[in-house]
Structures are given as C-alpha cells and as structure tokens.
Design a protein around this ligand. Structure first.
Ligand code: GTP
Ligand code: MG
Length: 195
C-alpha cells in the first residue's frame, strides 16, 4: 500500500460542515491500516483550533495561517514538503478554510502540474452540512445571505466529490431531495453520504 509519492487529499466545505471531524476520522482509519498520515490546517487568523485538535489526536500537523491555501500556495507546498521530510506520510490530508473557493484552479491543478513528481493529487472533496445546504439550495424556508450562497455554490461547483455529512440530522426523504438538488448544481460530482 505504501507509495513513494505522498497522496494529497483536500477536504473542503463551508464553515462548520464537519471537515475536521471527518478528516480526523479518516486519518485514524488510514493509520489503523498501517499508513502514515500528515495533516495541513488553514485559517485566516492564527492559533488554529483545528491544529490543536490534530495534535491532540497525535497526528503530525502543519498549519497555514494568515491566508487561504488559494493565496498561500507556496506556503502550502512548503508545509507539505516539511511533513514529507519529517514523517514520510503516505497520505497528506489538507483542510482549507471554510470560506475559501477556487481551490481546484489555485491548488489542485498547480500541484499536479508543477509538483506531480512529488505528490499524487486526489479528487477534491467538499463536505456539506445538510441543513445549511437546504437553505442555500432553496429547499428550506430559511434563507442565507447572498454572499454565503455565492461562496457555497462555488464550492459545490468545483467539487469532484460532494460528501453529505451529518446525515443523522435529516430523514431519508429530505436526503433524497438534497441529493437531487446537489446533482443539479454539479452533475459531474460523485455524491456520497456519511454520518
Ligand atoms: N450531528 C452531527 N454533527 C456533526 C457531524 N460531524 C461533525 N459534527 C459537528 O459539527 C460541528 C462542526 O464540525 P467540525 O468538524 O469542526 O467542522 P469544520 O468544517 O471543520 O468547521 P470549521 O473548521 O470551523 O469550518 C461540530 O460540533 C461537530 O461535532 C455529524 O456527522 N453529525
Ligand atoms: Mg475545521
């Protein structure tokens, strides 16, 4: 299973969608199967909660502060290379800040094109909170601000995999409607569900 090139896995999604929870679960699952995992966290400010959480789970972690991955690409590559040097991870899992978008154009593609000899880039996942997604997609009476709706849709549109998270919060019928609405926004994405 161990590969020479680290696999770069980026798990995006709007604020509070459940990215860190999912990433830590994924990291533990990979670790239990004998793979080494490194994490990269991101925030606009300093002192990341996500970094502290990752460290508490005994995961090697690097953080990018003061800007999104999309405008700190060099820092992101340096962080990934530092993890590779220090812990030789099989898988690098990166969590961009929840308000960031255009990550495929600004991170996935340059990483493939410029650093493809060092990293294998996995499809971009976008984690979705079903209650917030219902509001953005007009499936619920409660609306969100136009600005939030714009970013949210951009994130969905660029996803290669959409992961509906927190499925415990909605019943099967709401889940069916949400799946259909997500597929209408992005017909190319694989849509997965998790709890
Ligand atoms: N009900 C439910 N809650 C969940 C689930 N997964 C995560 N949460 C909760 O959702 C909240 C946000 O989870 P995080 O993993 O911190 O989300 P995030 O996307 O990393 O958040 P930011 O980094 O702040 O954007 C936390 O209170 C989690 O406990 C789930 O499957 N079901
Ligand atoms: Mg987080």
């Amino acid at each position: 299973m161990t590969t020479a090139k680290a696999r770069y896995v980026m798990v995006g999604g709007f604020l509070g969608a459940g990215k860190t929870t999912s990433i830590l679960r994924l990291a533990e699952w990979l670790t239990s199967r004998g793979l080494r995992v490194g994490l990269v966290t991101n925030d606009q400010g300093g002192r990341l909660v996500d970094t502290a959480l990752a460290a508490a789970h005994h995961m090697p972690v690097e953080e990018i502060v003061g800007g999104c991955f999309c405008c700190r690409f060099t820092s992101l590559v340096e962080a990934a290379e530092s993890l590779v040097r220090e812990t030789a991870p099989d898988v690098l899992v990166a969590e961009p800040v929840g308000s960031c978008t255009d990550l495929v154009a600004t991170v996935t593609l340059p990483l493939e094109q410029i650093y493809g000899d060092r990293f294998t880039v996995a499809p971009m996942s976008v984690v979705v909170d079903p209650l917030r997604a219902e509001r953005v997609l007009g499936l619920s009476a409660a609306k969100l601000s136009e600005h939030v709706g714009y970013i949210y849709r951009k994130q969905l549109e660029e996803a290669e995999i959409i992961v509906i998270n927190k499925c415990d919060l909605v019943d099967a019928s709401r889940l069916d409607h949400l799946r259909a609405a997500l597929a209408a926004v992005n017909p190319r994405a694989a849509i997965l569900e998790c709890f």
